[in-house]
Design a protein around this ligand. Structure first.
Ligand code: PLP
Length: 310
């Protein structure tokens, strides 16, 4: 059953050596972004067991939620198209319903991939997980397989555990970007005791710590809250400079919402000798490249420099 996706979900991605820092600290990058151009990195991992669960339940329709720039929405749309599911995206922001010219590249892509987009107000979006709203969705769309916002649930965590492979046990630190924490929970699940998992929060949040605690019994982890750059999807000139320099140096694109911030943090921490001598660090490139275009539209309006690499 789980194999109906063919080889896509078991594709091996390379880990590439990035650079050495003082103290003989080595940084490597696991290229999960190479899994699929649109079903980006971790969103691909999160969908695997959800899609097989939907198949098992004979549900041919996937319904999920997200904001206008959501990597998850783009991933569900792409996965639906690829694996023959109908898809419905419940999108925050009713004003977009009447103004398709204001749609982000992510929404345009989702729609072109066959996703039905339903725009709702911020008030309604806030209660989207209530029983009453679920009932309303059922009335409107019939039976569907529901995937939560951001894609995190127990099946997602199981899929993300497959990010780490046997040979990764030689690394002392595994670093990942954190939105809901589902990816980190999966990596933790697969980690070994001697490894420390560092989660770089992409949002300014005081509840994430608890959220992750709910998803894991392990203690070999730390949430790093210093590199959200003011909050979710917020950027500044230093971050854009870093992302562009990284691309010039390594020809690897980083997204500004997640992986760019994580790597900025790793570089700064390594320079400050946060990592003990001879540490080997594996950073996970969780993808998110599809979001660069939307960020660049925003930056262009502000007359800021563009992010390169796409
Ligand atoms: C969604 C996303 C994350 C965050 O994943 P969570 O499991 O929600 O913590 C990290 N990186 C990228 C590129 C993402 O799209």
């Amino acid at each position: 059953m789980e194999d109906f996706f063919g080889s896509d979900f078991s594709k091996k991605v390379p880990s590439e050596f990035i650079q050495k820092f003082p103290g003989n600290v080595e940084l490597w990058l696991k290229r999960e972004d190479l899994l699929h151009p649109r079903i980006s990195g971790n969103k691909f991992r999160k969908l695997k067991y959800n899609l097989s669960e939907a198949r098992k339940k004979s549900l041919s329709k996937l319904l999920t939620f997200g904001g206008a720039h959501s990597n998850h929405i783009a991933a569900v749309a792409a996965a639906g198209k690829k694996f023959d599911f109908k898809t419905i995206g419940i999108i925050r922001g009713e004003e977009l319903a009447e103004n398709p010219e204001k749609w982000s590249p992510s929404l345009r892509y989702a729609s072109e991939s066959g996703m039905k987009l339903e725009f709702i107000s911020r008030e309604e979006y806030r209660v989207k997980d209530s029983v009453a709203y679920r009932e309303k969705l059922k009335q409107g769309f019939g039976d569907f397989y529901l995937i939560p916002e951001g894609g995190t649930n127990e099946f997602a965590i199981r899929g993300c555990a497959e990010i780490l492979t046997k040979t990764d046990s030689e690394f002392d630190y595994i670093c990942t970007s954190v939105g809901t924490g589902g990816t980190m929970a999966g990596i933790l699940h697969a980690s070994e005791e001697h490894q420390q998992i560092l989660g770089f929060s992409a949002l300014k949040s005081d509840y994430l710590l608890e959220e992750i605690q709910k998803m894991t019994g392990k203690t070999n982890w730390e949430l790093i809250l210093n590199y959200h750059f003011g909050g979710y999807a917020k950027v500044n000139a230093d971050l854009i400079d870093f992302i562009n320099n990284f691309y010039r140096m390594y020809q690897i694109a980083l997204d500004p919402v997640y992986t760019g911030k994580m790597l900025f943090g790793i570089f700064e921490l390594a320079t400050q000798q946060f990592f003990p001598e001879n540490s080997r660090i594996l950073a996970i490139h969780t993808g998110g490249i599809q979001g660069i275009e939307g960020m660049n539209e925003f930056l262009r309006k502000k007359n800021w420099p563009q992010i390169i690499g796409v």
